[in-house]
Ligand binder design. Structure first.
Ligand code: NAD
Ligand code: TDX
Length: 347
């Protein structure tokens, strides 16, 4: 019989997606008795994201996933590690890749070495960006529905940025540890998440908070780049399904058929916030900007029975806009510095 996961470490549990998973565990899985959030609290980590959760159940350990002794001590007492902690922003990785190499690669190495030592179940959170990008649908013979026109777990690794190449490196370490050392690991590669608590450096919250601050939104390049959006609640449910029902050594792609180009998303935000459709600026494009991401989520749907619940993007976006509108205290203090950094790089 499978061992129950009573004591789980969630790395990066004070970030956007990791904190969503911590809330998900507390709200939906009382059988998980103790959650240790291991988080360095970088600029992207905010303890407020898990404030209010029961202190006897959720313990925050402020520390670095590269700290071998700390990781060893925590992992020795755990049943599972779900690894979210990362440097996560492409634009930052283009300015200074150093912390991406350290946290995303060395941090993963540190965690899997400890999981190997104590035979602890490990789930690795990754991104669809490891597969590089796809041509736009209109340029494909099957208009995006033919074989090989979306990412599948067998797509070749072809990362474009320092961020995505560091994530790809970490995935490959995990695959090798499964094969060479019998690490009990699974990997998930998810598409672009949206929802409350996302850092305001990212596309959707940046534009919402720009409008709320009286600043014009900023669109990179032509805005034709396509992202495959999924609500972060759907991501958390998928991760739990993989952790508890997934097959060791397997990779699962998570996506909710949410393809939209950036211009469409921005126009939708403007419309929902009562602004003219063209009230934004075109700014310098991102170097190496991936054109299109699209996930074929057949495997997780058919093998694990997962389905997304947030299928109405406009409704999810409205809910996200409402959250940022009502939680100015969560983002206001950082806004000027985030925009000043972008302005320095022409974005
Ligand atoms: P985020 O930047 O919001 O949060 C990252 C968290 O990790 C922060 O709390 C930060 O303090 C912590 N952290 C960073 N370096 C650390 C270190 N060395 N030691 C301990 N903690 C550290 O990121 P996110 O958007 O929530 O992404 C979480 C994970 O999901 C990442 O692995 C990312 O690659 C992956 N992912 C993100 C998306 C997306 O759309 N945001 C999509 C697919 C996969
Ligand atoms: O101001 C902006 N204007 C703009 O047009 C910003 C910040 C972004 N963009 C574009 C770039 C992308 O095409 O919007 C799109 C989304 O940008 P980001 O929010 O930076 O996300 P992306 O680079 O697609 O990566 C995200 O999804 C995959 C996460 O940040 C990663 O952590 C995840 O792995």
């Amino acid at each position: 019989m499978k061992k129950a996961f009573k004591n789980i470490i969630v790395t990066g549990g004070c970030g956007f997606i990791g904190s969503n998973f911590v809330h998900f565990l507390v709200n939906h899985h009382p059988e998980v008795e103790h959650i240790t959030v291991l988080d360095k609290l970088t600029y992207a980590g905010n303890p407020a994201n898990i404030a209010g959760l029961p202190k006897d159940k959720v313990e925050l350990v402020v520390g670095d996933i590269c700290d071998k002794d700390l990781v060893d001590k925590l992992v020795s007492k755990a049943d599972a590690v779900v690894h979210y902690a990362a440097e996560s922003h492409n634009d930052n990785s283009l300015i200074d890749p150093t912390p991406f190499i350290k946290t995303n690669i060395e941090g993963t190495f540190t965690l899997i070495q400890a999981c190997r030592k104590y035979d602890v179940r490990y789930h690795h959170i990754s991104t669809d960006e490891v597969y590089g990008d796809l041509p736009l649908r209109e340029d494909l013979p099957g208009h995006g529905e033919g074989p090989g026109e979306k990412f599948t777990p067998d797509s070749p690794y072809r990362p474009s940025s320092p961020y995505s190449s560091s994530k790809a490196s970490s995935d490959l370490l995990v695959r090798a540890w499964v094969r060479s050392f019998g690490l009990r690991a699974t990997i998930s590669n998810c598409s672009n998440n949206y929802g409350p608590y996302q850092h305001i450096e990212k596309f959707i919250p940046r534009q919402i908070t720009n409008i709320l601050s009286g600043t014009r939104p900023k669109l990179y390049g032509s805005g034709k780049n396509v992202r495959d959006w999924i609500h972060t609640n759907d991501h958390s449910r998928a991760v739990w399904d993989i952790l508890t029902k997934g097959k060791i050594g397997e990779t699962y792609l998570i996506g909710a058929d949410g393809e939209k180009n950036n211009k469409e998303v921005l126009e939708m935000i403007l419309e929902l916030m009562g602004q003219p459709k063209d009230a934004y600026d075109h700014v310098k494009d991102r170097p190496g900007h991936d054109l299109r991401y699209a996930i074929d989520a057949t495997k997780i749907k058919t093998e694990l029975g997962w389905q997304p619940e947030f299928t109405d993007f406009k409704k999810g976006l409205q809910h996200t806009i409402d959250w940022y509108t009502q939680h100015e205290d969560w983002w206001k203090d950082e806004k000027a510095a985030v925009e000043a950094k972008y302005a320095k790089h022409g974005q």
